[in-house]
Design a protein around this ligand. Structure first.
Ligand code: PEP
Length: 252
């Protein structure tokens, strides 16, 4: 079964408003009509609506980098799924390694957010991945299994289709060191098996598992050619239009 490639740009806490609009417009010009891949950019919350307007009429969707698990109320500094929908978001990234390892978010918190995002009608980019020390200790598959199992607790088959899992080895994020295609494929195959065990083989084949971690135009093709790699989540290289366009073209 053919799966569409999904490529997302995580802009993190970068750019100002003018820079976000310029980047969005440059992407619209170059790849805004690409119809054989699904594309999204994930700017900081404060630029979501502006970037949504700049990408309007194109095939580039907009996603947020996080959300909270409550609807509304006294949660200073947080943002709800309904607010993200209101701002025009289709996607939300949850469980990113910087949320887990810089901010201290747990598997259980990520699961709570994920359930709420799906209930709110957002499609989820759910990130998992091991630390360098965990890989060196031979624990990669255990760590990723735990993250996937807890993260997807309570997610039924109908909603699972709206999840893209992003395997992002923490040691590869923003470091310039990329997992080799074999290293990435090994973990993607494990994730596919976990999905097959939980949701059945057919559904597991249609769920997207994307790789993230220092993806560049020069390494994108061989990663994307792996049988279980269905797309890319791109950080640093998504801040330069030419690099992000190069990665998307490698996937076409
Ligand atoms: C990311 O932050 O999700 C990421 C993959 O970053 P980079 O591409 O810079 O490694």
């Amino acid at each position: 079964m053919s799966r569409k490639l999904f490529i997302a740009g995580n802009w993190k806490m970068n750019l100002n408003c003018a820079g976000a609009v310029d980047l969005a417009k440059a992407l619209v010009k170059e790849i805004g009509g690409a119809d054989s891949v699904d594309l999204a950019v994930c700017p900081p919350f404060i630029y979501l609506q502006t970037v949504k307007a700049a990408t309007s009429g194109s095939r580039i969707a907009v996603g947020a980098q996080d959300m909270f698990y409550e609807n509304d109320g006294a949660f200073t500094g947080e943002i709800s799924g309904a607010m993200l929908k209101d701002a025009g978001c289709r996607y939300v990234i949850l469980g990113h390694s910087e949320r887990r390892h810089v901010i201290g978010e747990t598997d259980e918190l990520t699961n709570r957010k994920l359930l709420k995002a799906l209930a709110d009608g957002l499609d989820v980019i759910f990130c998992v991945g091991e630390l360098l020390a965990e890989r060196q200790a031979g624990k990669t598959l255990d760590v990723v299994s735990r993250q996937v199992k807890i993260g997807l607790e309570g997610v039924d088959k109908a909603k699972a289709q709206r999840i893209t899992i992003a395997y992002e080895p923490v040691w590869a994020i923003g470091t310039g060191v990329t997992a080799t295609p074999d290293q990435a494929q090994e973990v993607h195959a494990l994730i596919r098996k976990l999905l097959a065990d939980k949701y059945g083989k057919d559904l597991s084949q249609t769920m997207r598992i994307q790789y993230g971690g220092s993806v560049k135009p020069s390494n994108a093709k061989e990663l994307l050619n792996q049988p279980d790699i269905d797309g890319a989540l791109v950080g640093g290289a998504s801040l330069k239009a030419a690099d992000f366009v190069g990665i998307v073209r490698a996937g076409l």
